[in-house]
Design a protein. Sequence first.
Length: 277
Amino acid sequence: MVLRRGIYKTPAQLRAMVEPGLITAAMLQAVRELATPGVTTGELDAAAARVVRERGARSNFQLVRGYRHTTCVSVNEQVVHGIPGSRVLEAGDIVSIDAGAEYEGWNGDSAITIVIADPSRPELVAAREELSRVTEQSMWAGIAAMATGTHIGEIGAAVEDHVVRAGHGYGILRDYVGHGIGRRMHESPSVFNYRTPDPGPRIQPGLVLAIEPMIVAGGEDTLVEDDDWTVSTVDGSDGSHWEHSVAVHDGGIWVLTAPDGGAAGLAPFGVRPREIG
């Protein structure tokens, strides 16, 4: 028997993380269906909260000291940690929603970005959709590296390489990174979204990471708004945030917060996820 230590989970623990991941995915699907012009960010939060209650889970965001909401909703120049409330979504907005669920002591964490349709401003919508697309694909590049690499540092290198190859000059936030996940929403190790000299811990069965690139259309400098939570770009450029929680097991990898385990997202990279046995 292989003994798991430190950041690595046992097979039974990995299986316990499947349900909170699926609940998190359901939360984001409910938000995606509701995100239209005229809806408030608070209403998006309420939709996610209903899913959590119906599935017998609780929001792990509300377990963070001082935070009372189920999600973070960040609009336009807000990149992450936006507080849901009375803000009304407008046509053309780029909206990032981050959500998480705790179920029977285990956690899921995931984020998506949505661009609200606006036929009157096709160029703006196209630019924002491209930012979201590159961010999402950089996340999948990182997940694919988790499937084939030997050390965590390869994930960040894959994310950065994908963003650079896109050729738009996008910035990658340096102060906000991915993380381990398990009994707590945020655990060691940190998962950088860029290349670093340190290769980091080994990728091996039992590792569970939240991979979450945060990409901006302009400069990488950010500030924290007066609410002490919302992170916005200094230059006012748009931001995008995508995230999945991913497990490595004896048979391969499985994206816990994707209903298909990541099959569709990983297919372009030639990676086939395997269910946790």
